[in-house]
Design a protein around this ligand. Structure first.
Ligand SMILES: NC(=O)c1ccc[n+]([C@@H]2O[C@H](COP(=O)([O-])OP(=O)(O)OC[C@H]3O[C@@H](n4cnc5c(N)ncnc54)[C@H](O)[C@@H]3O)[C@@H](O)[C@H]2O)c1
Length: 252
C-alpha cells in the first residue's frame, strides 16, 4: 500500500531538479502522476524512469504562463486519470542580476513563471477540487521569499508573491477541503544553481553558512512536498515549510 494510492498528482517543472524528484517520489508511493514542463526531452526521461520502476504517469508539455497550455494539461489529466487530487506548483526560473541592471522583460518572465504560473495552474484545477471536496496544493517558493540576497530582487519579489498567494488561497479554499501550503527550499543543487555550485569557492561559501553543512539535493526537498500533500498534513493550511538545512534560522 502506498501513501498516495488512488491519488492523481500534477507536478509542474517535473523535467528536472526538485520537480523530477517529486514526480518520482509520488509515483513510488502509488500516485498517478502528471509530469508537466516546457522541457519535453527531460519529460521523456523522467517518464521512462517512472514507468521502468512500475509507476503510473503521463507527461504533458506546458508553459505555465499560457492559459491554453494549462487548460490542455488539466484536460489531459482528466482524460487519463479522471481526477486531480494534488497540484504541485514547482516550475520556476531565476534571474540573478543587480536591481539596476534588470529590464522590464526580466521582471515579466520571472513574475509570470514564478507567481502568475501558480495562479493559472491553480485556477484551472480548483473547480475540479471543489467538485471533489478534496484538494492539496503545494507551491514551491524559496527562502528567497523570506529574506533578500544580492542580485535577486525580482526573484525575491516573485517568491514573496507566491508565499502570500499561498496564504490567500488557503484562506479562500479551506471551506472546500482544499489545503494550500508552500515548501521554501534553501540552496539545492539543480539546473537552476548548477553554475553557482560548479564554482568550488562559492559552494564552500554556502556550505559554511548552512548549519547542516551541505547544500541540499532535490531528494531532500521532495519528502517535504509529499508530507504537505499527504493526509498527515490534514490540519495544516497556509503554511510555508522552510527546507534549508537551517540556513535562515540563525544569523551566523
Ligand atoms: N535550486 C534551488 O536552490 C532552489 C531554491 C529555492 C527554490 N527553488 C525553486 O524550486 C523550483 C524548482 O527549481 P529547480 O531548482 O528544481 O530548478 P530546475 O531548473 O532544475 O527545474 C525547474 C523546471 O521548471 C521548468 N520550467 C521553467 N519555466 C517553465 C514554464 N514557463 N513552464 C513550465 N515549466 C517551466 C524547467 O524546464 C525545469 O524543468 C523553482 O520554483 C525554484 O524557484 C529552487
Amino acid at each position: 500500500m502506498g501513501r498516495f494510492d488512488g491519488k492523481v498528482a500534477i507536478v509542474t517543472g517535473a523535467a528536472s531538479g526538485i520537480g523530477r524528484a517529486t514526480g518520482k517520489a509520488f509515483a513510488a508511493e502509488g500516485a498517478s502522476v502528471v509530469l508537466a514542463d516546457v522541457n519535453e526531452a527531460g519529460l521523456v526521461e523522467v517518464e521512462k524512469e517512472i514507468k521502468a520502476a512500475g509507476g503510473k504517469c503521463i507527461s504533458v508539455r506546458v508553459d505555465v504562463r499560457s492559459p491554453e497550455d494549462v487548460d490542455n494539461m488539466v484536460s489531459r489529466t482528466m482524460e487519463a486519470f479522471g481526477a486531480v487530487h494534488i497540484l504541485v506548483n514547482n516550475a520556476g526560473v531565476g534571474q540573478f542580476m543587480p536591481f539596476h541592471c534588470l529590464s522590464e522583460e526580466d521582471w515579466d518572465v520571472v513574475m509570470d513563471v514564478n507567481a502568475k504560473g501558480i495562479f493559472l495552474c491553480s485556477r484551472a484545477v480548483v473547480p475540479i477540487m471543489i467538485d471533489q471536496n478534496y484538494g492539496r496544493i503545494v507551491n514551491v517558493t524559496s527562502i528567497m521569499g523570506e529574506v533578500a540576497a544580492i542580485a535577486q530582487s525580482v526573484y525575491n519579489a516573485s517568491k514573496g508573491a507566491a508565499k502570500m498567494l499561498t496564504q490567500g488561497m488557503a484562506r479562500d479554499l479551506a471551506e472546500f477541503n482544499i489545503l494550500v501550503n508552500a515548501v521554501a527550499p534553501g540552496m539545492v543543487e539543480t539546473g537552476l544553481t548548477r553554475s553557482t555550485f560548479a564554482d568550488e569557492a562559492q559552494r564552500k561559501w554556502f556550505e559554511e553558512r548552512i548549519p547542516l553543512g551541505r547544500v541540499g539535493q532535490p531528494e531532500d526537498i521532495a519528502p517535504a512536498i509529499l508530507f504537505l500533500a499527504s493526509d498527515d498534513a490534514r490540519y495544516i493550511t497556509g503554511a510555508t515549510l522552510k527546507v534549508d538545512g537551517g540556513m535562515t534560522c540563525a544569523a551566523g
